[in-house]
Design a protein around this ligand. Structure first.
Ligand code: BG6
Length: 300
């Protein structure tokens, strides 16, 4: 059976009580991680974190009930790893090939303070040959927070290894009309919902009452999602990230997406951390870049 074969090579990385290999949706291998404070699930497909929740609390990440789980498409929700390009690219999959590739589990570590850390490697994939040689690792650490690090190294002699990256995080909210996003005041952004018009964020808080699809430039600070319905705030802390994308598809886009429920826009918001558009990255030979995002929540 194909799914058993897909899991077996990684069994040796299991840690009793902490890290368990399972058959996930669509027969895709899934890793369940338990810390003293929280629960997480990660698919090898895309090295995709699909669940993170603190014990006895609603999920922090949002996962669509209509998501497909198949080798040739991205999971809808959780944290898609976007690399090496963000957005459309002619003749290529939207948002790069990393989120549609089966990553390899490389190492698992039980942390003495009560959590676990997992390291994934992006294998050589068709299409990557068009790029300079690189290595890409993804490290997920589960404690009372979820920490994700995408480490990319230029392993070629190419002086100009240019790429985008983004941890395209989908968050659960109680009611989108009672949500405010803080931390982007004064930032310049490209408004995709208005023909990529360049604008500046004026108010202290972003409120959502129609489609929002904005790429904020030069935004390295922490972003807060204030959720007055679930009476909590989610903190998105980042290092090595100069861009922030805020996305909610609202009504019409939700209806157009086959892998997303018509009403699910009410229960989610994406706050994505990375380096895209004019913040795209260039690495000289032998140099690495670390994109680090830490997610946590606190009562309001
Ligand atoms: C966001 C983009 O990052 O991802 C949106 O800004 C896009 O324009 C969204 O619609 C979802 O993309 P996809 O490829 O996962 O449907």
């Amino acid at each position: 059976m194909a799914h058993v074969n897909a899991i077996e090579p990684f069994r040796r990385f299991e840690i009793p009580g902490r890290v368990t290999l399972l058959e996930g949706n669509g027969d895709l291998p899934k890793i369940e991680v338990k810390s003293d404070w929280s629960h997480a699930e990660i698919y090898l497909h895309g090295a995709h974190v699909t669940d993170f929740r603190l014990n006895n609390q609603p999920p922090i990440l949002f996962l669509s009930q209509c998501s497909r789980f198949a080798g040739n498409q991205a999971i809808r929700g959780g944290v898609p790893v976007i690399f090496p390009w963000f957005g459309p690219r002619e003749g290529e999959p939207m948002h790069g090939f990393a989120r549609q590739t089966g990553w390899e589990l490389h190492e698992t570590t039980s942390l003495p303070e009560g959590g676990a850390s997992l390291r994934f490697t992006l294998p050589d994939v068709a299409g990557a040959g068009m790029w300079s040689q690189f290595s890409a690792y993804f490290v997920v650490t589960v404690t009372d927070k979820l920490t994700m690090e995408l480490i990319v190294t230029n392993t070629s002699r190419d002086p100009q290894f240019c790429f985008d990256n983004c941890l395209h995080s989908y968050f659960t909210v109680g009611d989108i009309t009672k949500v405010a996003v803080r931390g982007l005041k004064g930032a310049a952004y490209l408004d995709k919902a208005d023909g990529y018009a360049q604008k500046t964020e004026e108010p202290d808080e972003i409120l959502v009452s129609s489609e929002v699809d904005r790429t904020y430039m030069d935004t390295a600070g922490t972003v807060e999602i204030i959720d007055r319905s679930l009476t909590r705030k989610i903190l998105v802390e980042k290092e090595g990230s100069n861009s922030t994308v805020v996305w909610n598809p609202w009504i019409a886009k939700s209806q157009q997406m086959p892998d997303f429920g018509n009403d699910e826009y009410k229960q989610m918001i994406c706050v994505e951390s990375g380096n895209v558009a004019r913040n795209k990255l260039t690495l000289p030979p032998g140099r690495s870049h670390v994109l680090k995002v830490t997610l946590s929540s606190a009562p309001l």
